[in-house]
Write a protein that binds this ligand. Structure first.
Ligand code: P6P
Length: 336
């Protein structure tokens, strides 16, 4: 790429496609459609305080969490952007209990999309950064229309994964496994511009650990030891409580993000398929590591659509040290 070129997401995708002559363009179109949905969601997130669409929609999702109107809006925007394209055979969303079929009136395709449409939604009214997380798989079932089997695939089979962080700027970060690319939205022209080519997580990077330490007493002895060690080594705590924001900082600065299992959440809180797996693909493609406490998130075999997992993401050296502490002092949580 020549020096100083302004590379839009569209140009980047064309250049990437040229490197893969076998590409059909369907995958590229999925990325375009995700970017379109992100622009629409970004506009509403940035106007949220103005158009009074805050407040509870009075509905609850499968996890018993209060679904905010922006959550529903983001979920609907992604569905509307993807349902008619003929690229997908089935979808899944954190906000929807069951697999989401492609409407019969539209053709089905060879890809699968799982997503968390607007993570961190409990922070909406505090104007904290929110995020969309997405995971793309290939269809593996035989029929024309996909189903649960196409959704329950392990992370190492992902074709692509990424997230959009709606913060001081809106950034789209994605990987297909070879390189991690960051694009920043220029709202005045409505284009995502390549701002972070070839993202790599610093290792060990800044001494930052990110976990909700209020749960310390509910942790396993191994988790307590891991955090005690980090503090002894002079690590600082940074915790926004919005997964995509905490992850994005970890990717840029290094250190570690943790949402461990604890006595109240023996499987952790975060979801495997559309939170842990996509972020694990990004962090590992950026030279970092992911773990459920025992090994890479990407190797976990899913059994349920909304299953949860303990989650560690960060600089490889820090994640490895944390796994050693968990294994040395025991990762079993009281009451699990
Ligand atoms: P806790 C936000 O509600 C969320 O789903 C993630 O974005 C975030 O990482 C986590 O929950 C925060 O959970 O238990 O620390 O409030």
């Amino acid at each position: 790429m020549q020096e100083g070129a302004v590379v839009t997401l569209s140009r980047h995708i064309v250049e990437q496609e040229r490197r893969h002559p076998e590409a059909t363009g369907a995958f590229s179109n999925i990325l375009y459609d995700i970017a379109l949905a992100a622009k629409i969601i970004s506009r509403e997130v940035n106007r949220a305080g103005l158009v009074d669409i805050l407040g509870s929609a009075g509905k609850f999702n499968i996890h018993g969490e209060d679904v905010r109107k922006l959550d529903e809006f983001a979920d609907d925007v992604i569905f509307q952007a993807m349902d008619h394209t003929g690229n997908l055979c089935v979808m899944a969303s954190e906000e929807v209990d069951d697999p989401i079929p492609i409407p019969d009136k539209f053709p089905a395709g060879n890809y699968v999309l799982l997503h968390d449409p607007l993570d961190g939604s409990s922070n909406i009214e505090a104007n904290v950064s929110l995020g969309t997380i997405f995971s793309i798989h290939k269809k593996i079932s035989k029929g024309e229309r996909g189903g649960l089997a196409d959704l329950l695939q392990p992370g190492y089979k992902q074709l692509a994964a990424g997230y959009i962080v709606y913060g001081s700027s809106t950034m789209l970060v994605y990987t297909t496994g070879a390189g991690v690319y960051g694009f920043t939205l220029e709202p005045s022209i409505g284009e995502f511009l390549l701002s972070h080519p070839e993202m790599k997580i610093p290792d060990p990077g800044k001494k930052i650990y990110s976990v909700n330490e209020a749960y310390y007493k509910r942790w396993s002895p191994g988790q307590q030891l891991a955090v005690d060690q980090l503090k002894d080594e002079g690590f600082s705590l940074r915790y926004i409580g919005s997964l995509v924001a905490d992850f994005h900082r970890t990717l840029l600065y290094g250190g570690i993000f943790m949402y461990p299992a604890d006595a109240k959440s023996p499987k952790g809180k975060l979801r495997l398929l559309y939170e842990a797996c996509p972020l694990a693909m990004v962090i590992e493609a950026a030279g970092g590591a992911s773990s459920d406490g025992a090994g890479s998130i990407l190797n976990v075999e899913p059994v349920e659509l909304h299953q949860r997992t303990p989650l560690y993401l960060g600089s490889k050296s820090v994640v490895q040290k944390t796994e050693e502490a968990l294994q040395a002092a025991g990762a079993g949580v009281p009451g699990a």
